[in-house]
Design a binder for this molecule. Structure first.
Ligand code: NAI
Ligand code: MG
Length: 370
């Protein structure tokens, strides 16, 4: 339609989040300009440890209202473990968004892109191309449990895993549909039903049940430990990999690491059923972020790889329905990486480049790429 405009909540967060956000916003602006739509970026300093240190909370009390006024959330990274414990910063921001906006799908594409050195031996370009689908609201990351008899010899700590039929089925359905839409039509389920003998056999049961509805999708399952080994030894055999909150989290760092660096890996936290046009239901925006965290070890040096942030923006464009712009951004990333060069690639890709110069190269490419 004419006059397409998207209001985006921009939350750079901490550490390298503050460094990769500006070049990524310029890339999105370039795509918008080229494809004839507009962005309104509403940048907020909260959901950061910087804000926490000043206010004693991670976010203002009206955070939900502010975010719900937007079409999507574009998030950098949160965390400053030297000043704020990670469970406070993460539970006070990102994990709240995922839960309160019911972003039950965490989608992480994982591709070996020509130009990025892979740590795996004998890899040819484009031989890794899969997506992990992680359950994002329940499972092992539950707030049910507690401590009792603290500080005594009876000290006891319990945290319960929660699998609901609704929660398991909706992530499986999303993964099966995704597998059906891809050429390989293959789904791999991560389990551990040999050791975790109550919840994981339930997960397997639901996979089997749903597989009946998707006879065209080839289904396999592996225990998480050997699945990790397969990710390293034969990553080219995967297509869609679905896992619980914990297993999905682990796999979605391991996958991108096998393709060279987590610095390029994007992630979408989706509520695929909420729509702004549906006034009957509460609107819940989705969130787009790089896989990586705030990287305190390299923060402030200007050498963070901006591609994870930019690629997350590409997923946001796709989600907003701007397919041509999304295609241009991914092509721009690919062509800049293929051109490569020590002076352009950031140190995590064995180069000497900077956040700034790599960001500008991709921005230019978005404007020019055919
Ligand atoms: P991390 O992802 O921040 O860093 C892990 C390693 O990868 C570091 O050596 C870092 O330098 C490198 N790295 C990460 N992103 C990079 C990039 N774009 N370019 C180049 N190198 C990059 O994970 P870590 O160290 O476990 O956590 C640091 C902080 O970030 C903690 O406070 C943690 O809680 C938080 N965190 C936040 C996440 C989020 O906001 N979604 C996700 C993961 C961690
Ligand atoms: Mg993780």
């Amino acid at each position: 339609s004419q006059n397409r405009k998207y209001v985006i909540a921009v939350l750079p967060g901490d550490g390298i989040g503050l460094e990769v956000m500006p070049p990524a916003l310029r890339c999105l602006e370039a795509a918008a300009k080229r494809f004839g739509f507009k962005f309104e970026f509403r940048e907020y300093p909260w959901a950061s440890c910087i804000y926490y240190q000043e206010h004693g909370v991670m976010m203002p009390s009206n955070w939900k209202e502010l975010l719900k006024a937007c079409d999507a959330i574009y998030f950098g990274a949160v965390g400053d473990p030297a000043s704020v414990p990670d469970h406070i910063s993460l539970w006070g921001s990102l994990l709240l968004f995922r839960r309160e906006f019911d972003q039950f799908i965490n989608l992480r594409p994982c591709r070996l892109i020509p130009g990025v050195p892979s740590p795996l031996a004998n890899r040819q370009n484009h031989t890794i191309d899969f997506v992990t689908v992680r359950e994002n609201t329940e499972g092992e990351y539950s707030s049910i449990g507690g401590r009792i008899f603290e500080g005594t010899s009876r000290e006891t700590v319990i945290q319960n895993t929660v699998f609901t039929r609704q929660g398991v089925d909706r992530v499986l359905r999303y993964a099966f549909e995704l597998a059906r839409s891809r050429p390989k039509k293959k789904l791999t389920s991560a389990t551990k039903s040999n050791g975790i003998s109550i919840t994981m056999p339930y997960w397997d049961e639901r996979v089997e049940e749903m597989a009946k509805e998707y006879p065209d999708v080839k289904v396999e399952k592996y225990h998480i430990d050997i699945l990790c080994a397969h990710f390293v030894q034969r990553p080219h055999t995967f297509d869609v990999v679905v896992g619980s909150n914990l297993f999905g989290d682990i796999l979605s760092d391991l996958g991108p690491a096998c393709t060279g660096t987590i610095g390029i890996a994007p992630s979408a936290n989706l509520n695929p059923v909420s729509s702004k046009d549906d006034s009957a239901k509460e609107w819940m925006p989705s969130l787009f972020e790089p896989v990586h965290g705030s990287a305190p070890d390299i923060a402030g040096k200007g050498i963070a790889n901006p591609i994870g942030m930019i690629w997350a923006g590409q997923m946001m464009l796709e989600h907003l329905g701007e397919k041509d712009a999304a295609t241009a951004v991914i092509k721009a990333i690919e062509s800049v990486l293929a051109r490569g060069g020590t002076n352009l690639l950031t140190p995590d890709m064995q180069g000497k480049g900077t956040t700034q110069s790599l960001g500008v190269a991709i921005e230019q490419e978005i404007i020019n790429v055919v």
